[in-house]
Design a protein around this ligand. Structure first.
Ligand code: ATP
Length: 358
């Protein structure tokens, strides 16, 4: 036996073991983060789980929900649990791209001053950036945000600023339509997930939200959470490890590829919707980025559950939040996408044959 080769084998396998130990330690910290978030934000277990998946896939999120439902508090709590800086900006019709980067003012002696804006204020440490009511801002502002999301950097003051830990969350106001600029399809595809925050349903959460003073004071609620339960500076490393280590069986690969085809041509899988000519429904199915996001999310979900391989349930659970904003309908249907898309997603999951667990 070649002794040199034997040594390198043992070295390689000890590296694998170390990676797996790291992944298990990280998983325990991720569970602690998810649990702590659930203690502060009531009645939103499914939303919190999806958010946790997005965080550990390092995906940016479109967060939808009506006013006062706890979006800001959830994101501030998340930033605290990650131990990184948080910033929020409001979308308005007169917001300019430069407003994200710097602001100018006259100081007490009347001298003009330039200060870093919300994107730059915390430098490279920026961790959670919440863009509230993104569809109130103009397309030029969307364009800057999308570039920052994709490249995690911005050029300002004649140098590049990098944001290696950045997670962007954007809220779309769906209630008011006046003076809004809808995100174009290409922009929506840049978001890893679209998560819809609904009213808490269970009576106990509603009772606590109405009567417990702790929930009237978001500052106190967030400050009471432990800081840095999961170190935000580790997210890049853990996200890459999860994608490398969590496996996908051949049957599951075929399932994902079938789901992809079904998003483009549902009729091929015998999918029908009442009173819809299926061949005239879809304008564009999932993109390669979309389907890769589905697999990334499914791997993270498997990891969070302590499994080394993706199950069909992982894929099915993340399918609506990863795919819902990425399938584009013909104009006649697109106007009512909130009605058609959930039905289409359910029909795809019902009709495409799900593989058995190995
Ligand atoms: N599910 C929840 N769990 C805990 N607190 C909640 C929840 N929903 C709302 N709250 C409380 O309601 C208040 C408003 O929440 P928050 O400001 O986060 O809402 P929002 O969705 O960001 O509102 P807006 O869209 O108007 O900015 C806070 O005091 C927050 O603690």
């Amino acid at each position: 036996m070649d002794v040199g080769q034997g040594r390198s084998f043992f070295q390689a396998s000890s590296i694998v073991n170390q990676t797996q130990r790291n992944l298990e330690n990280w998983r325990q910290q991720a569970s602690a983060l998810e649990n702590a978030l659930g203690q502060a934000i009531l009645g939103q277990a499914a939303v919190i789980h999806q958010l946790t998946v997005a965080v550990f896939a390092r995906g940016h999120v479109l967060l939808e929900g009506s006013v006062g439902i706890g979006k800001t508090t959830t994101l501030r709590a998340l930033a605290r649990l990650l131990g990184g800086p948080y910033q929020r900006i409001e979308g308005t019709v007169d917001l300019l791209p430069a407003d994200l980067v710097y602001h100018t003012y006259l100081d007490s002696s009347g001298t003009p001053r330039v200060e870093p804006g919300p994107l730059l204020e915390h430098g490279e440490a920026l961790s959670v950036f919440f863009f509230n009511e993104i569809n109130r801002a103009r397309p030029q502002v969307h364009a800057l945000l999308l570039r920052v999301m994709a490249e995690r950097q911005v050029r300002a003051f004649e140098r590049e600023y990098r944001f290696p830990h950045l997670l962007v969350f954007a809220d779309r106001n769906r209630v008011e339509r006046e003076e809004t600029f809808d995100l174009p399809a290409a922009a929506r595809d840049r978001f890893f997930m679209e998560i819809n925050m609904k009213m808490p349903e269970d009576e106990q959460s509603r009772d606590r939200l109405a009567f417990e003073p702790r929930f009237y004071d978001p500052d106190g609620l967030v400050a009471a959470l432990p800081e840095g339960v999961f170190d935000y500076r580790e997210l890049g490393r853990v996200a890459a490890s999860i994608q490398e280590q969590v496996t996908v069986t051949p049957a599951l690969r075929k399932y994902v590829l079938d789901l992809w085809r079904a998003s483009e041509d549902p009729g091929r899988f015998g999918i029908t919707l009442p009173e819809v000519e299926m061949e005239n429904l879809i304008l564009a199915g999932a993109s390669p980025r979309g389907i890769a996001s589905l697999v990334r999310a499914a791997r993270v979900r498997a990891w969070l559950a302590g499994r080394g391989a993706v199950s069909p349930e992982d894929v099915r659970t993340v399918f609506p939040t990863v795919m819902g904003h990425r399938i584009f309908l013909q104009p006649v249907y697109e106007a009512q996408r909130d009605w058609w898309i959930p039905q289409l997603l359910t029909a795809i999951l019902d009709q495409v044959v799900t593989p058995d667990l190995p």
